[in-house]
Design a binder for this molecule. Structure first.
Ligand code: FUB
Length: 548
């Protein structure tokens, strides 16, 4: 290969983004609470800050979104939650009933951080007639914000974004319900210079505009109105207020209806921040914020994003909750010295992220000797398993066995973080081990008496294919009511398995049924407890096998 061909080959690899990605926290990168609408900025302290909105837990709709947190990082691995920085109670002019704290943004000018948030006041008509864009200010990027008021003279719409151009001029973008508005801000950042204008060229605009500049070109990203899930489009312009030229979708729909995000360059790489429903198994009002690299074509357009969902190799973290990543390893046997060589000191690992198909075996002694702990699929708190600071060597292998869906993705995160709709005042032991541990490290467990609750995970199917769904169900002795696994499908999957606790409490009960997916490409698995449920139950070994 001659040099120019080598260069072109190297550039195309770069453009396609196929070089090994830099270490980063896996998605969703905030997993201890439900968040949406992330607006990302890099401030003068060199840290990357993300300003999202908060979804309530248990989910109770967009109306009840009621406070904002800020997250920051300096390595894309460890994220700090700076806590709640604003609540509707802090908004004197806001509606009495609170709620409706929707997608915010933050800007920095002359030593002050300006936080813009949509919130309705009380007034004639519904909340929809009374949207305002509030402004809070602080000298710090993540705390001490005080609400100044709202920007006068705007249309009653949502989703503010403030972009400051290289010449220091600031522009406010907002809108919603299909209308993209913009206005120039005065030097004081809290008043507009003139009436808002409706911008041209933003095909199928819905809401959630975010503007940034790259290589002298202005970019706007915005959600469209695609049925079944909004997609993220991008448009470009030579001027900050347009007219815009739509360049199409660059982020496909996710597993929730809305999308909303921002783009930022950090340490030489551009990223898109957005939300999906991965933390809750696709619950519409329990969204989770994510980020992925974006790559630009030679003409400046943005390539389709390949959303990353969890890690691809076993990944070791210093803290629980998959924070403080130490490194990732592939199949192999690792002595204590080898682990240290990979920056994974045995006494520093507190959580391991294990992708589907991998098995990580940790041994008490060096070279695979002594007591061992086997981890398959996400394992978060090693301390709870008695393995923290204890193992010396590791063996990583792969298995081809069918995936236990309980041990994966959102179901598992649900156990570890919040099974929000099962959490409440009287539910204390969501992830407590019952009288005998499940066969595997985590069965999905519920303990309480709040009546019918459910946790859902959607699974992709091949159309026209025979499947077998099997599971193990269990209820603790003394439990009343039922533990159920249902397969919700637009076709007759006939897969509701019930375990009546009064008759079957104690042992694991294995259940199994087959079905044909017909023309359908998705099924939702739902774990529920009956209305009269009182006690403890769990689910494990939920496996969907394609029959050939
Ligand atoms: O999160 C509440 C609203 O949903 C946002 O303001 C919209 O952009 C949509 O994501």
């Amino acid at each position: 290969m001659n040099t120019s061909k080598q260069l072109i080959a190297a550039l195309s690899i770069l453009a396609a983004g196929s070089l090994e990605a830099a270490p980063r926290r896996s998605n969703p990168f905030v997993s201890h609470m439900f968040t949406a609408d992330p607006s990302a900025h890099v401030w003068d302290d060199g840290r990357l800050y993300v300003y999202p909105s908060t979804d309530t837990s248990p989910p109770s709709g967009y109306a009840s979104m009621d406070g904002y947190h800020v997250f920051s990082t300096d390595d894309l691995i460890t994220w700090t939650d700076h806590g709640e920085m604003l609540h509707s109670d802090d908004v004197a002019w806001g509606r009495e009933a609170g709620g409706y704290m929707w997608a915010p943004d933050c800007a920095y000018k002359n030593g002050t951080y300006y936080y813009y948030f949509p919130h309705p006041s009380d007034g004639e008509g519904s909340h929809r007639d009374n949207w305002k864009i509030g402004v809070a200010v602080s000298k710090s990027p993540a705390s001490d914000f005080k609400v100044l008021g709202y920007i006068e003279g705007l249309e009653p719409y949502i989703d503010p974004c403030v972009f400051i151009d290289d010449d220091g001029r600031a522009y406010l973008y907002y809108g919603g319900y299909g209308k993209p508005y913009a206005a120039r801000l005065k030097e004081n950042m809290v008043e507009v210079e003139s009436a808002s204008v409706l911008m041209d060229g933003l095909d199928d605009f819905r809401e959630g505009a975010f503007v940034f500049k790259r290589g002298g070109m202005y970019y706007m990203i915005y959600p469209d109105n695609s049925k079944g899930g909004h997609k993220m489009r991008h448009a470009v312009s030579e001027k900050p207020l347009g007219p815009w030229e739509c360049k199409g979708v660059f982020l496909d729909k996710t597993n929730v209806l809305t999308t909303h995000g921002s783009c930022v360059e950090y340490k030489g790489q551009w990223y898109v921040f957005y939300h999906n429903g991965d933390l809750s198994g696709g619950q519409e009002h329990n969204r989770s914020i994510c980020f992925d690299p974006i790559y630009f074509n030679a003409d400046g357009t943005i390539q389709m994003v390949k959303p990353s969902r969890g890690v691809e190799r076993p990944t070791f973290h210093r803290e629980i909750n998959f924070n403080g990543m130490l490194g990732a390893l592939d199949v192999g046997e690792y002595t204590a010295a080898a682990l240290a060589g990979h920056g994974i000191a045995d006494d520093a690992v507190s959580s391991i992220e294990v992708p589907a198909g991998y098995v990580v075996e940790c041994f008490e002694d060096d070279r695979g000797q002594g007591a061992s702990w086997i981890f398959e699929n996400n394992v978060i708190d090693l301390g709870r398993l008695g393995c923290d600071n204890t193992f010396s060597s590791i063996k990583i292998s792969r298995k081809d066995a069918p995936e236990n869906l309980v041990m994966n993705g959102s179901f598992e995160l649900g156990v570890q973080q919040t099974i929000s709709w099962w959490q409440g005042r009287r539910v204390t032991g969501v992830n407590r081990v019952l009288e005998e541990p499940a066969d595997g490290y985590y069965a999905l467990q519920y303990e309480g008496s709040r009546g019918m609750r459910h946790l859902t995970q959607k699974i992709t199917l091949k159309p026209g294919t025979e499947y077998r769904l099997s599971a193990a169900l269990k209820a603790a002795p003394g439990t009343k009511g039922e533990v159920r696994l249902q397969a919700l499908a637009p076709f007759d999957a006939q897969c509701t398995f019930k375990l009546d606790a009064a008759e079957n409490a104690g042992p694991w009960v294995e259940v199994s049924k087959r079905f044909n997916s017909g023309p359908h490409t998705e099924i939702a698995l739902r774990l529920t407890t009956s209305k009269d449920f009182k006690g403890a139950g769990c689910w494990d070994d939920i496996v969907l096998v394609e029959l050939r």
